[in-house]
Design a protein around this ligand. Structure first.
Ligand code: UD2
Ligand code: MN
Length: 592
């Protein structure tokens, strides 16, 4: 949840370069600029270019100045509208299956292809930094289980496209016994036919989970430094050098890039605020603001700073050091907890963990994990118990106070890990709290602490329009079927009542439609045939992002369809989402 909270507000603050060019080339002739989405609904879809066209420079510093940069929010919504548009049942199927299997919009991911430009989200001072040519070589380890083919390949290609070959020892793809056909068959062929020999595929014969999966990847690695990435990332300009430099200086320094946000609904890449890692006594990772005393120094805000924990997916570490520090706890299964375990271990056993603001890597943050664990076990609890018993000394009571039901739960044999702690002569957890994370409140369990909003730029989105949302075929107005404060409630068209505040919609710059200042009009991610509902506003676009387009259509960005009055003659007034066709039942007007 913390990950999603800080997305708020930052999603709409930057624009992908690709997007600008796309809009520039496609819409520039239109005198109305960006305000209207051109109707392409009835034309065959032109797939987004799969290869970067010649002359399309990779140096994103060039040329920014003369591109149109105004109306960014509008332009972005238009692009995802374009890319997410459903034209037929097949598109609908790709979208729906994608959400089921991957919890993100696979239709857009597929249309983006394997290469794309991403906005250079680094601070401008980063762009002036130079790095020694003699840096250690990196082995990139990417572990995946049932990943969407296009997302995996975009991860791999982004590394190949944006990493100097002399720094890239290899890319190790660890298939954690995926069941999807394309991963089982096409991937091997694709690698053989299209990719350099540096890309190697390792297949697990059994599902191991990401923790043992990464250990397997690391055991095959031959580079000086291990770099771990999730299988749905896109690395940014000059991402690797700033990670390697501090490791070269001190091999006990472990580093993380800033994890930028790729929206699960729109695939829009946007900049993350610079924050550091923490945790709560429920042993959930969270983001915290960086204490001012830790920022700055001679390098200003671009200098690496200390972080008590890492998010887990994206980090670089000297390979020898990874091994001597005890890799990971091989008794941990599938998902969860390993990030806190390795963070505590790094700090307590003589290393340090830094976040490097000049290195940026995008990651698709999704609302739910689309896979389970074999046997349906809660691996997060199992793994957290292990780490609490190995590393947290008397402070494990803080965790058990939050999770009393786990007190007598079996967590397997930890003697190897305890021996490791002894052998490495690691410090106490109290030392860690006092010296690395003094902000942590120890007095009582505080697992339910409200998420910290750290995005400096966060503000209430500006209201663009307010009024009734009228269906133009019937001149009736969209309203809540029940009470507008009821979460999950349906919306229907009713007789317009201009005195009724409960029929008032606000439309804001985040493209949200909010009824009666309470809830947002939201489209379920699971099935595009479900009707829209009123849900708590989440502020991260996608399922709550609506665009008014040509022919008065009301387009929903994450489903790729338009709002339609279902049966004009019925007094029930049900609405649904349908392929955009410009018909009167799909025409809506927001006005006083
Ligand atoms: C976050 C981390 C993730 C990991 C996790 C805690 C980031 C951006 N992501 O969750 O890397 O540290 O917290 O454990 O910091 N996978 C397998 N086998 C499995 C399950 C997953 O190979 O059985 C792969 C999966 O395909 C993905 C990676 O492991 O590439 C991480 O899984 P995730 O993306 O579901 O985790 P995420 O980002 O929610
Ligand atoms: Mn992930």
């Amino acid at each position: 949840a913390a990950l999603r909270c800080f997305c708020y507000g930052s999603l709409f603050t930057s624009v992908t370069w690709t997007l600008l060019l796309f809009i520039y080339f496609n819409f520039n002739e239109e005198s109305q600029g960006f305000r209207h989405v051109p109707v392409k609904g009835l034309e065959p879809y032109k797939p987004f270019p799969r290869k970067i066209s010649p002359g399309f420079t990779r140096d994103s510093n060039k040329g920014h100045g003369h591109r149109p940069l105004d109306n960014q929010g509008e332009a972005k919504a238009d692009l995802s509208a374009e890319l997410g548009m459903i034209f037929n049942e097949q598109d609908e199927n790709v979208r729906d299956v994608g959400y089921q299997k991957h919890a993100f919009n696979m239709l857009i991911s597929n249309r983006l292809g394997y290469h794309r430009e991403v906005p250079d989200t680094r601070d401008s001072k980063c762009k002036k930094k130079t790095y020694s040519a003699a840096l250690p070589r990196a082995s990139i380890v990417i572990c995946f289980y049932n990943e969407a083919f296009s997302a995996l390949l975009r991860t791999v290609h982004s590394v190949l496209d944006r990493t100097p070959p002399e720094l890239l020892q290899e890319i190790l793809l660890v298939d954690d016994n995926s069941e999807l056909d394309d991963l089982k068959k096409d991937l091997e062929i694709y690698i053989k036919e299209n990719l350099t020999k540096k890309v190697k595929l390792v297949r697990n014969r059994h599902r191991e989970g990401l923790i043992r999966g990464r250990m397997i990847g690391a055991s095959h690695a031959t580079g000086d430094v291990l770099v771990f990435l999730d299988s749905h990332c896109e690395v940014n300009e000059m991402w690797l050098q700033p990670l390697l430099a501090p490791i070269k200086e001190n091999h006990k320094t472990v580093v993380c890039p800033v994890i930028d946000i790729i929206s699960a609904d729109t695939m829009i890449y946007s900049s993350s605020p610079v924050v550091r890692g923490g945790f709560n006594w429920g042993l959930h990772f969270k983001w915290d603001p960086v204490p001012v005393s830790d920022l700055g120094g001679p390098e200003g805000f671009t200098a690496p700073f200390r972080s008590p924990t890492m998010a887990g997916g994206l980090f670089a570490m000297d390979r020898e050091y990874f091994n001597t520090l005890g890799k990971y706890d091989g008794g941990m299964d599938i998902w969860g907890g390993e990030n806190l375990e390795i963070s505590f271990r790094i700090w307590m056993c003589g290393g340090s963990l830094l976040i490097v603001p000049c290195s940026r890597v995008g990651h698709i943050f999704r609302k739910r994990r689309p896979y389970g664990s074999p046997g349906g076990h809660d691996t997060m609890a199992h793994n957290s118990l292990r780490l609490a018993h190995v590393w947290m000394d008397e402070y494990k009571e803080q965790y058990l106070a939050v999770r009393p039901e786990l007190r007598n739960k079996d967590y397997g044999d930890i003697s190897d890990r305890l021996a490791l702690r002894k052998r490495l002569n690691c410090k106490s957890f109290k030392w860690y709290l006092d010296n690395v994370y003094p902000e942590m409140q120890v007095s009582g369990p505080n697992a339910k602490a409200p998420p910290v909003f750290v995005n400096k730029g966060m503000k209430r989105p500006k209201i663009l329009q307010r009024g009734r949302l009228m269906n133009m075929q019937t001149n009736r107005c969209l309203a809540a079927q029940g009470h507008p404060s009821q979460k999950g409630g349906l919306v229907v068209v009713k007789e317009c009542d201009f005195t009724d505040k409960e029929q008032t919609w606000t439309y804001n710059e985040e493209h949200e439609l909010i009824l009666s200042n309470l809830l947002c009009l939201d489209m379920s991610e699971t099935r595009s045939s479900d009707p829209p509902r009123l849900m708590k506003c989440h502020g991260s676009g996608g399922s709550q992002q609506w665009v008014f387009g040509k022919h008065n259509r009301l387009y929903q960005v994450s489903v790729g369809q338009c709002l339609k009055l279902l049966d004009v003659t019925s007094h029930k007034g049900y609405v649904t989402m349908a392929i955009c066709d410009g018909s009167p039942s799909q025409q809506w007007h927001l006005d006083n």
